[in-house]
Design a binder for this molecule. Structure first.
Ligand SMILES: Cc1ncc(COP(=O)(O)O)c(C=O)c1O
Length: 472
């Protein structure tokens, strides 16, 4: 008994010591500045996005609510494309649908000139339905369905990037049945960045085997090498290292087969300065000791234009060194085009405290629609009191009846009141893609543009949730 008491006393002492240490270190922690999103604040201290008062939008449409700034999407696209124009690569952008597959959003990007990068039969169908020309569609992904492949072949899309050796045989068969010749890219796994289920390995010769196998396929036209290395990358290092390895493959297929490829598809992964992935260690500290996550160090993150400059410089040097006629570079950005153009507005409904007195605000958005909050740093503002100082640590929990919906254990925020409206920033990448109907319908999405607003997705109705069910 005595032993147990000493143990628990010791535990409590360590906990209290850590808490006071964390409290002290959190005291001076400041979040990211609103200017990073080029959003505004009006005289009533309300958050303004795309010229619209977010508190008004929340009152008009209800919460939770996604708000997308059309101009910001256009600006992001132009900035990316401008960086490519310097190298004669304008129009090489294929927006990665999985990042935010909302028709009203991708339509803006297509209107700007972006093509579509799709990874499922559904996304392919959506791109075609939105009128994206087949030659502006790239089809990626592991385990593509026969349905998707048949549609891609029938429409003659720009590239199908194969992910495995067996896919070569599969596509050859489907193409032969249809008497079509199919433009193929090979997704390679260069040993840096994402690998596992993705691509043909470079280092064990699997990718070269793929090209050899394709040489015997009369319905396949190998045109590209593709890689995609990760997400939210902050500089060009991984791309440069992958390129160095890819050029050895280019040289091998050129000397063996006399094959010069038309395209080098570098995937997406370009980072934004206002989001960062969370490490396991800091997630544990947040969960068990309420240590707020430090914001990203904005100065460390290179702008996309700089990353592209660095990539192109390496690419050019490698072309010279390996005497390879430069293939056209293709890009599949997702996050860098839409992340900072969208926010999630969520209302504080109630306030509670944990057993040890730590404050929790209960909001109407949970992991059902804000899943990335659990693995990324996202800035949060109080949209109706933008001048209030963020001077307390507070947790955020959603409306779903599971401990998992206590989705952020501690964050520096102003002292919250019921009725406050929180703006979760950078909701434009992987929020809607991860969203689900866990106990609640998915929210509306409103697009703002120079002071005007329009609904681009209605809030799901209860009827929508059971529309596909048979229960009578
Ligand atoms: C093949 C491919 N291309 C592009 C992307 C877009 O990545 P990001 O949003 O990091 O730019 C992804 C994301 O996973 C991907 O898998």
């Amino acid at each position: 008994m005595g032993k147990i008491n000493i143990k628990s006393m010791l535990k409590r002492a360590v906990y209290q010591f850590l808490q006071s240490h964390i409290e002290r270190s959190a005291r001076n922690q400041v979040g990211l500045n609103l200017s990073l999103w080029e959003a505004g604040v009006d005289q009533q201290h309300h958050l303004i996005m795309g010229g619209c008062d977010c508190t008004r939008l929340a009152a008009d449409y209800g919460t939770p609510l996604f708000v997308v700034d059309e101009k910001k999407i256009r600006d992001n696209y132009q900035a990316f494309n401008r960086a490519l124009t310097a190298y004669g690569l304008e129009g090489s952008v294929y927006y990665s649908y999985k990042t935010n597959p909302v028709p009203g959003i991708v339509r803006v990007l297509h209107d700007c000139g972006a093509g579509a990068e799709v990874i499922s039969a559904y996304e392919l169908w959506l791109a075609l339905k939105l009128g994206v020309p087949p030659e502006r569609i790239i089809y990626n992904g592991p385990n593509k369905s026969a349905e998707g492949l048949k549609t891609a072949i029938d429409h003659g899309i720009k590239l199908i990037n194969i992910n495995s050796l067996s896919e070569i045989d599969h596509i050859e068969r489907l193409a032969a049945e249809r008497k079509k010749k199919v433009r193929i890219g090979v997704r390679v796994s260069p040993g840096v960045g994402w690998g596992a289920q993705f691509g043909l390995k470079l280092e064990n010769g699997e990718a070269l085997t793929g090209f050899r196998r394709m040489a015997a396929c009369s319905h396949l036209d190998p045109q590209a090498i593709h890689f995609h290395l990760g997400t939210n990358l902050q500089n060009a290092h991984l791309y440069q290292s992958a390129l160095a390895q890819v050029f050895q493959l280019l040289q091998a297929i050129q000397s063996e087969q006399g094959l010069g490829l038309r395209y080098l598809d570098l995937g997406g992964g370009f980072g934004v300065p206002t989001v960062r992935g969370l490490g396991n260690h800091e997630i544990k500290l947040n969960t068990f000791f309420y240590k707020p996550y430090p914001p990203p160090c904005v100065a460390d993150i290179k702008p996309v234009s700089q990353i592209i400059d660095d990539i192109v410089a390496t690419f050019k040097a490698l072309c010279l060194r390996f005497r390879i006629h430069p293939p056209t570079l293709l890009f599949e950005p997702g996050r860098s085009l839409t992340s900072n153009a969208e926010i999630l507005l969520t209302r504080v409904g109630d306030l509670k405290t944990t057993a040890n007195g730590f404050p929790i605000a209960l909001v109407d958005a949970g992991i059902n629609i804000a899943r990335p909050i659990t693995f990324e740093y996202h800035e949060i503002f109080v949209a109706n009191r933008m001048a209030a100082p963020a001077n307390q640590r507070c947790g955020l929990a959603g409306p779903i009846c599971t401990p998992m919906d206590f989705f952020l254990k501690s964050k520096k925020l102003p002292i919250l009141q019921a009725g406050d409206l929180l703006a979760i920033m950078d909701a434009g990448a992987y929020f809607t893609s991860f969203a689900n109907d866990f106990s609640l319908p998915r929210p509306a999405i409103v697009m703002v543009f120079e002071g005007g607003h329009r609904l681009i997705r209605e809030k799901e109705s209860y009827d929508d949730l059971i529309r596909l069910d048979h229960y009578r």
